[in-house]
Design a protein around this ligand. Structure first.
Ligand code: NAP
Length: 264
């Protein structure tokens, strides 16, 4: 990440959830170094304070995205202290590798609570405020894992499929109201989330590469940001396959992989 640069003339107020580590943290620094005001949220208050110390443009608002009331209160506090949110990047998420033989209902529910309801908890106040103002940009971080169910995805993939569907469902309505909706579907990115993975992660990219792709995509205003390109082609092709062929590939992956190790 480069050194701080001069503030831009079009200074935005940006809220990023899941900003204590990984993609969210890198995005926060990138936007802050370009002069934007960035509100950062996650549960780890200590990590957010460390991030805050790296730029006067970053302000920490620790919150658990599964707490509906606390998320609404956080949005109200951000808007009253930093101004209307121009861009909300709803990025907080958890990943638990899960196969049929290791099905864990608790982790299934946590995954949906954080990844899906965590986003809807944030959307509720932010989207309503943006509609009332007739402007704003919502960005939901889903995943190419939401395109189709793959081995080990039993807890994670349904949450991301739901997010893609949510973004698609809201897009046209929001456009009429002057609010942009973007869904961000990354392939593998080297972050604390993927550190524990023992299986091959094709075309994995750094957080710096991810931030460039995300910022470029958000600036373009297009609905979907999907990267890296080769992973996008692979996953979009899988999405087109009829079940008979799709499950041949799927079955081969399931047989080849060793048992999953969960990230705590
Ligand atoms: N890395 C990849 O390969 C990849 C690929 C596709 C999509 N994604 C998605 O990208 C997003 C960011 O992931 P990452 O790779 O940057 O992983 P990461 O480094 O593990 O970051 C996850 C972030 O979510 C926060 N979080 C988790 N539970 C939370 C909760 N209940 N309330 C508030 N914040 C919570 C974490 O902070 P605290 O623990 O401090 O709360 C952390 O800041 C996720 O939605 C992930 O599914 C990642």
């Amino acid at each position: 990440m480069g050194p701080p640069s001069a503030a831009t003339s079009s200074r935005k107020t940006i809220w990023i959830t899941g900003a204590s580590t990984g993609i969210g943290r890198e995005l926060a620094l990138s936007y802050a170094y370009d002069g934007h005001r960035v509100a950062v949220s996650a549960r780890s208050a200590g990590k957010l304070s460390e991030l805050e110390a790296l730029s006067s443009n970053i302000t920490a608002f620790p919150v658990d995205v599964t707490d509906t009331g606390a998320v609404a209160a956080t949005v109200a506090t951000i808007e009253s202290t930093m101004g209307p949110i121009d861009l909300a990047i709803l990025n907080a998420g958890v990943w638990h590798a899960m196969t049929a033989s290791r099905y864990d209902l608790g982790k299934v529910k946590t995954s949906m609570d954080v990844n899906y309801f965590g986003v809807t908890n944030a959307l509720d106040p932010v989207m309503k405020a943006m509609i009332a103002r007739g402007r704003g940009h919502l960005a939901i971080v889903a995943s190419v894992a939401g395109y189709r169910g793959l081995p080990k995805g039993a807890a994670y993939a349904p949450t991301k499929a739901a997010l893609i569907s949510l973004a698609e469902s809201l897009y046209a309505d929001l456009k009429i109201k002057g609010v942009k909706m973007t869904v961000i579907n990354p392939g593998f990115i080297a972050t604390p989330m993927t550190e524990a993975n023992t299986f091959p992660m094709p075309f994995i990219v750094s957080t710096e590469t991810a931030v460039k792709a995300i910022r470029k995509g958000l600036d373009s205003g297009r609905f979907e940001i999907v990267f890296p390109g080769r992973m996008a082609v692979l996953m979009k092709t899988l999405r087109l396959l009829p079940y008979r062929i799709f499950f041949l590939a799927n079955g081969a992956i399931a047989k080849r992989e060793p048992p999953p190790k969960d990230k705590a």
